[in-house]
Design a protein around this ligand. Structure first.
Ligand code: TIU
Length: 224
């Protein structure tokens, strides 16, 4: 679909994008954050909150796949030897399991382990981009910028978890690199609802200082 579309109801003002130059970005919808026994739970979080967005993320993915536009999935996952995991990250606090420890879904937050896999409902399709990232932001120590530029991508629609951690960090990194970013509100969740609300407010404040926000229904209506 190579045409300019406008989401008239986006916050804080209308958002215009061409699906041919836009990627749908799905951040870290992996078992380690969404199922019991993973990294999210080890930090003391109630993971059931994140499960609520899965149907909306799937609907948005299905609609985006139907127009054959670019999809990028990320996973927060470290190398098995932990060479890309700073001690500051692994040793912080008193989690019940640290990154690299063996839990119910294999080694926590390690690439190739069951916990690092994207949940089956949202499994990437052949041809979709899948990138492991060692940090919260998707540009740090990854080929994401090159992958997007090779495909002529200038606009990014964000979904995934958690809103104020990996989604917000990735959106800020993208904004600094010149991408026009929009957060799909009902496609993102936090363990803390008040943090999701605050993230949405601060991303869109000051005339879209980081970017825009809109519900998935608005994007689906525009592309269908
Ligand atoms: N803890 C938390 O809210 N998030 C993360 O550690 N990673 C992501 O957000 N993916």
């Amino acid at each position: 679909m190579n045409t300019l579309l406008t989401l008239a109801t986006a916050q804080p003002f209308p958002y215009t994008f061409n699906p041919a130059h836009t990627a749908l970005v799905v951040i870290d919808m992996q078992r380690d954050f969404i199922e019991p026994g993973g990294f999210g739970a080890s930090l003391g979080n109630d993971v059931t909150r994140l499960q609520a967005i899965v149907p909306a993320v799937r609907r948005m993915l299905d609609a985006w796949r139907a127009i054959e536009a670019v999809v990028l999935h990320t996973r927060e996952a470290h190398r098995p030897d932990l060479s890309d995991c700073p001690p500051a990250k692994r040793l912080r606090g008193q989690p019940s399991l640290r990154i690299g420890d063996v839990g119910p879904m294999g080694r926590v937050l390690i690439a190739g382990e069951p916990g690092a896999e994207i949940i089956p409902e949202l499994a990437p399709l052949p041809g979709e981009l899948v990138v492991d990232k060692p940090g919260k932001g998707m540009f740090y120590a990854t080929p994401v910028d090159a992958l997007l530029k090779e495909r002529g991508i200038t606009h990014l629609l964000f979904m995934g978890v958690t809103t104020e951690v990996c989604v917000q960090t990735s959106m800020r990194e993208a904004n600094d690199r010149g991408y026009e970013c929009l957060l799909i509100e009902d496609g993102s969740a936090s363990y803390f609802p008040e943090f999701k609300a605050a993230a949405l407010a601060m991303l869109t404040a000051q005339g879209a200082i980081v970017g825009w926000a809109a519900p998935s229904s608005a994007v689906i209506e525009a592309i269908t």
